[in-house]
Design a protein around this ligand. Structure first.
Ligand SMILES: CC(C)(COP(=O)(O)OP(=O)(O)OC[C@H]1O[C@@H](n2cnc3c(N)ncnc32)[C@H](O)[C@@H]1OP(=O)(O)O)[C@@H](O)C(=O)NCCC(=O)NCCS
Length: 269
């Protein structure tokens, strides 16, 4: 079904049972064809740029932009030429691939060179920048901006109003409370990016925390609310404070309760 005033331009393949909302613009080109998978819905006023693949049964809300051009495509400047560490985070494919069963809420913008697994769920006005790899069954909360060049595992929950940085690795079954921020440039020198924080599997981070460049939070650890992480946090501990201090070891029971809850999401079909 095609909405009023919708424009389909160039190499665009639309599979069966797709609903295209009013005034949508969907573009494809010979080099970058676009495909909208079976049973998907595209909300009113959404724009889909060339090279987007929306996999079947996805619900795209109103005013969503998919395949937004990256800085590299607009200016010819590739950030990884300036900051070589970004090379290991690059998505080789310049397209925007969105796995099946996605629910992308209104106002969200997803850039080119992104590879997203199945069942992504975003809140309103989320921003997902270029060179992001996101696994299956993840959540990106409303008004959250995921900066580019980051790798995120499966079943990870990133709540609302978070700003991540570049060159981050975020594991499987991670939970970020709201209002978090991250740094990849300890001495704030433009262009001198270091690694962002590395967040291992099944880590939970309390709301309002800030994690500095080149830190790591070890597997199963928990960071309390409003914590400033400046150093490495080992595995299986509770840490909080400003700067963060390890308070105690988490018990196996505390770890299992969280892991079991996150595994329900990770294993979602
Ligand atoms: C860290 C946390 C798990 C501790 O819970 P707890 O073990 O039940 O601890 P308590 O509430 O009994 O507090 C114990 C002490 O630690 C202090 N404390 C607790 N959390 C703290 C934090 N985040 N930062 C600084 N101090 C903290 C308490 O003030 C208390 O101090 P006192 O002994 O001097 O009175 C919890 O406070 C927390 O921060 N959870 C994160 C919740 C969150 O952000 N969820 C995200 C959902 S969106």
């Amino acid at each position: 079904m095609m909405g009023k005033g919708a424009i389909i331009e160039g190499e665009v393949e639309i599979e069966d049972d797709v609903e295209i909302g009013n005034y949508c613009i969907i573009k494809g080109s010979e080099d970058f064809p676009t495909k909208i998978g079976k049973g998907s819905k595209i909300g009113d006023l959404s724009t889909i740029q060339p090279g987007v693949e929306v996999s079947p049964k996805s619900i795209i809300g109103e005013r969503v932009t998919l395949g937004h051009p990256s800085k590299e495509t607009q200016t010819g400047i590739n950030s990884s030429d300036i900051c070589p560490i970004l090379k290991e985070f690059e998505v080789g494919d310049p397209r925007t691939i969105i796995g099946s069963g996605a629910i992308i809420r209104s106002g969200t913008v997803i850039y080119r060179s992104t590879n997203i697994g199945k069942n992504l769920n975003t809140g309103h006005n989320a921003i997902i920048r270029e060179h992001l790899t996101i696994g299956d069954n993840c959540i990106v909360g409303g008004h959250t901006e995921l900066d580019g060049y980051t790798i995120i595992g499966n079943g990870t929950i990133i709540s609302e109003l978070i700003v991540t940085c570049q060159a981050m690795k975020i594991g499987n079954g991670v939970f970020f409370g709201g209002f978090l921020s991250f740094s990849e440039n300890k001495y704030t020198i433009p262009g001198k990016i270091t690694y962002g924080p590395f967040i291992d599997d099944y880590v939970r981070i309390g709301t309002g925390s800030l994690l500095m460049a080149e830190t790591k939070v070890g597997k199963y650890s928990m960071i309390g609310a409003n914590t400033l992480v400046t150093k490495q946090i080992p595995e299986r501990v509770l840490a909080f404070g400003s700067p963060a201090k390890v308070i105690r070891q988490l018990t196996q029971e505390e770890i299992d309760e969280f892991v079991n809850a996150m595994n329900i999401r990770i294993n979602k079909k």
